[in-house]
Unconditional design. Structure first.
Length: 286
């Protein structure tokens, strides 16, 4: 009988202890609330945003092939006294250095992004204007005249070729991929570019004949001389851009941005363009 009483007393004590423990846990949960499956450790990066930026960069415009094609077109069918088209020889000695510059840039951006735990994905549109160094001119004059000989005469031709190229502005639509570290977010971007620029070409030649063409009796070079020009203003071209950067939230809605951007335009009026830009910006997130 005493043994049964001790067993019953022990079971009652166990049940009472379990009940008190459950009540304490329930009271604690009521004070703390239920625990979510994922708990954010910082502010959210999700939402629409808008901002502005400024910066500087370096640009390279390869004008050699465009200049060569222009000279070939100008001299197509250009005949000297011997009736031979000499455009190939003239364009073969052409050497135009690339146009290099250090433009300043400014612009604006707008976008939308969504945060999944620490991963952030979105899309951004921006406009960039280039000022103070958005292009330049490259020209070439051979060190000596080209000489073409006939039966009783010699023609000496001295020519100058120039190409001017400018990138005015461009628009981009870029996919963004970031990773949030609290109030800091490094990111990468990639997307297409629509660019607006201008190209112009100039070719001038002087031709001096020594002797006389016995067939025509002419003492003058046969063919064009003086300055010939052509221009392509506000040319629209397409390319691509990629870059990377980091953003920092100053408040839950205002952020700073530092970014590197590479832009490639395969043909701006026949001139390939590459641009590298460092930009700093300020934005507002909604």
């Amino acid at each position: 009988m005493a043994t049964r009483f001790r067993i019953a007393s022990g079971l009652a004590a166990m049940v009472l202890a379990m009940g008190l423990g459950a009540q304490a846990e329930a009271a604690d949960m009521a004070l703390r609330g239920s625990l979510p499956g994922y708990e954010s450790t910082g502010p959210t990066w999700s939402g629409a945003y808008i901002g502005a930026f400024g910066g500087a960069g370096t640009m390279n415009m390869s004008v050699q092939n465009a200049g060569k094609n222009y000279v070939n077109n100008v001299l197509n069918g250009y005949a000297f006294a011997d009736g031979t088209a000499q455009s190939t020889a003239i364009s073969n000695i052409l050497h135009l250095n690339p146009v290099t510059s250090a433009p300043k840039v400014f612009g604006a951006f707008v976008g939308y992004q969504v945060q999944y735990e620490d991963a952030v994905v979105g899309i951004e549109f921006d406009y960039t204007r280039l000022i103070r160094g958005n292009g330049g001119t490259s020209s070439f004059t051979p060190p000596a005249s080209l000489v073409f000989s006939g039966d009783a005469y010699t023609d000496a031709v001295l020519s100058t070729t120039s190409v001017t190229a400018q990138l005015h502005d461009y628009w981009s639509a870029r996919a963004r991929f970031g990773w949030a570290f609290g109030r800091l977010m490094p990111f990468a971007t990639i997307g297409p570019v629509v660019a607006r620029g201008s190209t112009s070409f100039g070719y001038s030649a002087t031709c001096v004949r020594t002797g006389t063409d016995t067939t025509s009796g002419s003492t003058q070079c046969i063919g064009g001389s003086g300055l010939i020009t052509a221009s392509q203003p506000n040319r629209i071209s397409f390319g691509w851009t990629a870059g990377a950067g980091v953003e920092a939230l100053l408040t839950d809605n205002i952020f700073l941005r530092a970014e590197y951007q590479f832009v490639n335009i395969p043909s701006l009026g026949g001139v390939p363009v590459t641009l590298q830009v460092a930009r700093a910006g300020l934005g507002v997130k909604y």
